[in-house]
Design a protein around this ligand. Structure first.
Ligand code: GDP
Ligand code: MN
Length: 378
């Protein structure tokens, strides 16, 4: 789950990282009031779950409450990378003398978290990472020992941070580390961390992604979820306990079991096609669940064929087939459906599906070839 900037900054602030004073608004009037409270000079910041807002015109500096109101109206009317701006953060404006990058993520290959820092922070960090990666220092952290003081200092030295900021930098790095660990984050990032014109180190931007699988132990974070900012189909899927990820291809996949769903996508690719989604309907596929899954798959206009790959185990094949039939009656799909069903009561299940005008297949390869051929216009 991605958190908005204002949410991420509130979290890291709890761990002692200094952030500018500011509040969230959803109307131009509110923004003007907040600007008055903050003394006039503010930054209006669009709250959308994508990066590069600054370059897209979604971060604007206002010199007065009146201008704050006007800019807020403009930004609230914007769409950034396809996402409408519904909220803005109104932060006190800060004079900047230097922009630093500081972030933590998981390094899967090293099997531990990695902290990254660069003196070339700000809106061009992607460019820096691509063209001059040596300007980004990386430091692995032992998750059991945590971030050590000397490590934070090494990092400060590596980015040529003047000595008088080492202590503050150490506090920021350790706060960010604790925010990352204690919230089960997969990313915690400050870009830019700035040196202000009055010699303070403060986090102007913040970004956190927390692990969905750990949300059950963070009820406070769960409440921060912004459903309006997430992919609508994925939100709908979560409601029914389905694991659904929208992809770029045109063969819809309806599979019971995550491993089987991965294998199904692989075989579709092997047969020269591209899956339109990952979908695991889980065990005990009831008609209601299958119908919801089918609605979700078909809501994607790219889908030209749907491949059902069902393994009848604890849930018998004929039961799943009945679920599929009930779902078909409700959803009335217009694209061809190919079914492969094996396991307990597979014959009965396949008979039911064939009667419902589904194209049946003996093996997964057979099913994938048929679905890919249909999607390609055969
Ligand atoms: P992003 O483009 O989505 O990463 O949004 P940021 O919050 O990082 O803002 C982009 C840029 O706007 C920053 O790198 C700063 O240069 C600038 N900026 C943001 N807040 C302030 C501020 O309070 N004062 C000044 N002068 N610039 C700011
Ligand atoms: Mn930024």
């Amino acid at each position: 789950m991605k958190l908005h900037e204002y949410q991420s900054k509130q979290i890291i602030a709890k761990y002692g990282v200094p952030i500018p004073r500011g509040r969230v608004a959803s109307t131009a009037d509110e923004a003007r009031h907040i600007a008055e409270e903050l003394g006039g000079r503010v930054v209006i910041k669009s709250q959308v779950l994508v990066g590069g807002r600054g370059k897209a015109g979604g971060i604007r500096l206002a010199k007065s409450p009146k201008e704050a109101g006007e800019l807020a109206a403009t930004v609230l009317g914007m769409e950034i990378k396809g996402l409408p701006v519904r909220k803005i953060l109104v932060d006190e404006a800060v004079g900047i003398t230097k922009e630093i990058y500081l972030g933590i993520t998981n390094d899967r290959a090293a099997r531990r978290p990695v902290m990254m820092a660069s003196s070339a922070g700000g809106v061009d960090i992607e460019e820096v990472a691509a063209t001059t990666p040596e300007k980004i220092t990386k430091l692995h952290i032992d998750p059991l020992l945590g971030l050590r003081e000397y490590q934070a200092r090494d990092l400060a030295v590596s980015i040529d941070l003047p000595r008088e900021y080492w202590r503050q930098f150490g506090d920021v790095a350790s706060g960010l580390w604790r925010a990352y660990m204690e919230n089960d984050a997969t990313l915690a990032e400050i870009n830019p961390l700035v040196i202000t014109s009055d010699n303070r180190l403060i986090a102007l931007d913040g970004k956190m992604i927390v692990d969905d699988n750990a949300l059950f132990r963070h009820s406070d974070l769960n409440e921060m979820r912004d459903l309006t900012a997430e992919e609508a189909l994925e939100v709908e899927a979560r409601k029914y306990g389905l694991s659904y990820i929208n992809l770029d291809g045109d063969v819809g996949c309806m599979v019971n079991g995550a491993g089987l769903a991965m294998a199904t996508m692989d075989i579709i690719k092997l047969c020269g096609g591209e899956p339109a989604n990952f979908l695991d309907i889980g065990g005990g596929a009831s008609a209601e669940k299958v119908a919801a899954a089918l609605r979700i798959i078909l809501a994607d206009p790219k889908v030209k064929a749907v491949l059902f790959n069902i393994f009848g185990g604890i849930t018998r094949g004929d039961e799943v087939a009945r679920g599929v039939l009930a779902a078909l009656k409700e959803v009335k799909p217009k694209v061809p459906m190919v079914a492969r069903l094996v396991g307990t009561n597979a014959e009965e299940g396949l008979r039911l599906l064939a009667n419902a005008q589904m194209i049946t297949a003996e093996t997964l390869v057979d099913a994938a070839q048929k679905a890919v051929a249909i999607a390609k216009g055969a």
